[in-house]
Design a protein around this ligand. Structure first.
Ligand SMILES: [Zn+2]
Ligand SMILES: [Zn+2]
Length: 191
């Protein structure tokens, strides 16, 4: 058995010793942990340090330990149309098999190693990579503050959801250049 580099005190490291490798034995894990760094996409994510609720079942099977359950938290991002803050409740299902180390070694020896397979380290398993794989896909690809967010006014940048009747007088393109000049004058006057 390779020595484990996992820290049993880490909130993401789960102990499986008491399952005793008896298929069918199981334990549940319910804990609230602080979200790790960079849990999300560039658009939206669960802020580092915010609460993540783990509600998991660890079950011994022939090949290893099967982890099923859910991870809940609150993702914060920006509306892709109007940049308003978006908060989404995340409830990500998890199902991951962690194989016993000697099973994984046997698979490597026989040449049918599955690179995606997760491995127990001694009696410990590291939930963090599985947690990322579970949470990131359930985040909205294009976060929206509301389903039909009208976005920003292309002329002045006002958030149209705040001002639905928002309108600009259509300026004849021939006068638009003059309008631009007038704008510069206004700025000078204000300063
Ligand atoms: Zn929006
Ligand atoms: Zn406008």
């Amino acid at each position: 058995m390779r020595p484990s580099h996992l820290d049993p005190r880490s909130p993401f490291v789960l102990e499986t010793h008491e399952l005793g490798r008896r298929p069918g034995s199981m334990r549940t894990v319910q804990r609230t942990v602080a979200a790790p760094d960079e849990l999300g996409t560039g658009m939206i994510g669960i802020p580092s340090g915010s609460d993540l609720e783990l509600d998991l079942r660890l079950e011994a099977v022939m090949e290893g330990v099967l982890v099923t359950g859910s991870i809940r938290g609150e993702a914060v991002g920006e509306c892709v149309r109007c940049l308003e803050r978006v908060v989404e409740i995340v409830d990500a299902p998890v199902q991951e098999l962690y194989v016993y180390p000697e099973r994984a070694e046997a698979a490597v020896a026989s040449g049918d190693e599955d690179e995606d397979v997760r491995e127990l380290e001694g009696d410990l398993l590291d939930l963090e990579p599985a947690l990322r794989d579970a949470v990131v896909p359930v985040l909205p690809f294009r976060p929206l503050c509301q389903e039909d967010c009208p976005g920003l006014c292309s002329e002045c940048g006002t958030r149209l959801a705040d001002d639905p009747d928002h309108a600009h007088e259509t300026i004849d393109p021939r006068w638009a250049a003059l309008g631009g000049l007038r704008g510069t004058d206004d700025e000078k006057r204000e300063s």
